[in-house]
Design a protein around this ligand. Structure first.
Ligand SMILES: CC(C)(COP(=O)(O)OP(=O)(O)OC[C@H]1O[C@@H](n2cnc3c(N)ncnc32)[C@H](O)[C@@H]1OP(=O)(O)O)[C@@H](O)C(=O)NCCC(=O)NCCS
Length: 321
């Protein structure tokens, strides 16, 4: 059977690491409050010359090297971001040009923190139709540029970064590698709980992130537990069969609560929120790359990806590595 198989991964972070203690100097907050409420200890913030496309390109290059795939073989680039370099063209086309890929298809997906799951699901469908043989799926963000640094309830929570995977259409055995099941959801009813108060067609300004954190938290745990259950049922596996969960890294308490609801031991959950904070669409591929490169995630492992973000949008995907 034809499946979309993850054959490589890569990630990139800005040079500047900002600790909670650094933030104490510019915002009315404390390391203690941030660690206790979120688990975040530090984040990376893009400096001059670092943009969503430069971080995405670096992550994509590393993923191509890791997969042993030349940029010229890539027929599809899907880049998930809510912080594109420009309103248009799509940041994916900038990455395509920077990598030296010619031809094929390149476009952005906007599903905020669920963006990587949406991009992965879209790429998987397109690969299975035969539209392309090899794809780059990237999550990349520079949320620091849409944060209101006067709003302590949001500015301490986010960071910048990028992660990428190479996805290849391969003819595999039933128990072979590849993406086994994906479920995506959206519910625009809750669009006002997490949004940016600007945009090209409204204010003409980029705008700043606004969030009702407590309400987002409540919805996140319920929606994520539901969609994880759907994917497990679709793939006919149980939570006990999963080797690793690679969740969107928004908040350590959301990760704990979701794992508990599913009966998954905390040791099976990849946690990078302490190091990177919430990097939106970048967080899942960034955490996946960290856990693959440090040897935790191995070939043959059953890995669950999951995320929830503004919209609301949410989704999960199960893959054999
Ligand atoms: C944002 C979040 C950490 C806030 O935690 P919380 O326990 O809900 O805290 P509250 O917003 O109720 O605020 C509690 C108190 O801390 C204060 N506070 C908020 N931000 C603070 C900060 N950075 N430093 C210090 N105090 C802060 C508040 O002003 C409030 O004070 P008060 O009780 O005197 O009014 C939490 O709601 C959360 O993680 N939500 C999910 C957000 C998320 O993951 N979004 C992305 C999804 S993709």
């Amino acid at each position: 059977m034809i499946r979309a198989v993850i054959t490589g991964s890569g990630s990139a972070l800005p040079k500047d690491c900002v600790t909670n203690a650094d933030l104490e100097a510019r915002v009315d907050t404390s390391d203690e409050w941030i660690v206790e409420r979120t688990g975040i200890r530090q984040r990376y913030i893009a400096g001059e010359g670092e943009t969503t496309s430069t971080l995405a390109t670096e992550a994509a290059r590393k993923a191509l090297d890791d997969a042993g795939v030349d940029a010229s073989e890539i027929g599809l680039i899907i880049l998930a971001t809510a912080t594109p370099d420009h309103t248009f063209p799509a940041t994916a086309t900038q990455v395509q040009q920077a990598l030296g890929c010619r031809g094929g298809v390149a476009f952005d997906v906007a599903a905020v923190c669920s963006g990587f799951l949406y991009a992965l699901g879209t790429a998987e469908s397109l690969l299975r139709t035969g539209m392309a043989k090899k794809a780059l799926v990237i999550g990349a963000e520079t949320f620091s540029r849409i944060l209101d640094w006067e709003d302590r309830t949001t500015c301490v929570l986010f960071g910048d970064g990028a992660g990428a995977v190479v996805l290849e259409a391969q003819d595999v055995a039933e128990d072979g590698p590849g993406i086994l099941a994906t479920k995506l959801h959206a519910d625009g009813e809750h669009k006002d709980l997490l949004y940016v108060d600007g945009g090209p067609s409204t204010t003409g300004e980029v705008g700043k992130l606004r969030m009702k954190g407590r309400e987002v938290f409540r919805h996140a745990v319920v929606n994520l537990a539901d969609v994880l259950g759907e994917v497990l049922a679709d793939a006919s596996v149980t939570a006990a069969d999963i080797d690793w969960v690679v969740p969107h890294q928004a908040n350590a308490r959301i990760l704990d609560a979701t794992a508990r609801k599913l009966g998954l031991p905390a040791e099976k959950v990849v946690v990078t929120v302490d190091q990177h904070a919430n990097t939106s669409a970048a967080s899942v591929p960034l955490a996946f790359d960290v856990a693959r490169k440090d040897g935790r995630i191995k070939p043959g492992d059953l890995v669950m990806f999951e995320a929830m973000g503004g919209g609301f949008t949410w989704g999960a995907s199960l893959a054999r590595i």
